[in-house]
Design a protein around this ligand. Sequence first.
Ligand code: UD1
Length: 425
Amino acid sequence: MDKFVIRGGNPLLGTLRVSGSKNSALPCMAAAILTEEEVVLENIPQVRDIETERKLLTSMGAEVELGYGRAHHRTTISCRVLSDPTAKYEIVKTMRASSLVLGPLVARTGMARVSMPGGCAIGARPIDLHIKGLETMGAQIAYEHGYIEARAERLKGAHILFDKITVTGTEDLLMAAVLAEGETVMENCAREPEVTDLAGLLTAMGAKIEGAGTPTIRVQGVEKLHGAKHRINPDRIEAGTFLIAGAITGGDLMVTQCNPQHLGAVIGKLQECGVRIEATGEDQIRVRSEGNLKAADISTEEYPGFPTDMQAQYMALATQAEGASLVKENIFENRFMHVQELVRMGANIRVDGRTATVRGKTPLSAAAVMCSDLRASASLVLGALVADGESILDRVYNIDRGYERIEEKLRGAGAQIRRMGNVFS
Ligand code: UD1
């Protein structure tokens, strides 16, 4: 298993380029199921979850070409033949976002078998709202041998009110609605830029969608969709992680190929902490800090609020800010796995239910730590970048799920970080 060895203390300087959004790319790849024609997606990030999605689609009979480097991070997907509309346990257990194929499979083939996702490191994460929505659209649902089986000759437009805001739930049902008969009105939808990105692709494929990016989405179902070419949005979470890397190390960084408009809550909070941030042009942000950070509270919320996917990274920053920062996690019930590891590096953090109190500034000292989930791993990288000495981060496959060659990118800005395969194991 790969590890990262990180020696802290260098301010990050120069440029960090942001890759395409993993959380946009996953639903967009699933959207290819909706047509017999080819879907071409550009700016696909080279991360493990994308490989997993490729495996998932190929296991159903799709042809998926995935090219990086000179091929410009492009994937071409053809779902002309879908011989086995099943998302198998072996794949779903490694990536919960596999449930995104449920809606498009029923809409296109009339049937889907998707393994029920098990528990997850960051909380229960059920998909009951996806299933309830499909039932409202006329699907028959059965549970067998750990699988959800959904069947419908043709889904029917319906009125769907989400009890709770769900990102992949909104995306899954949007993909079901575009081929349903008649109009679907979805209320209390997620407004995340990834939903808007998916709606952009679906519209290019011939879907009729209004209101993506607002709480109410209206869809007029069509008989058939065609192929399309689409460029994936920049990854706002990778960009936010880089902003914190610049701030925590007292650096001067230009984060490029990002969309500053998607980062409003994160930028606002960093400014409150005393970080100097300017959007310079449409797609880059300069971040500077002299290390005199002030504490500030955050509370995670659905977009456009402060993203839960940035909570762990923000907590690393809070350990280096003067004063007490309250970090409240409202989206997932168990998303503080990074706390114990940061504490092992010298942080002063107390957790009480969904709120963590971080008291700073505490000097961090290098340690051997374990990466748990994806964003927790990113927070440990950030902590290690300012820790005194050499930290060893174990299980970095968690970070490879969603960050493209993060060690190479950070090294390019002056970080002392290297990947070791099978060291000390
Ligand atoms: C997506 C993102 C993930 C991010 C999360 C919240 C992808 C691939 N993943 O995950 O990175 O952290 O949004 O921004 O885009 N819920 C239910 N029933 C459901 C669905 C969700 O109760 O059927 C609950 C969840 O347990 C959670 C909350 O709703 O408490 C939000 O979850 P959701 O937005 O669905 O997260 P994901 O789409 O899984």
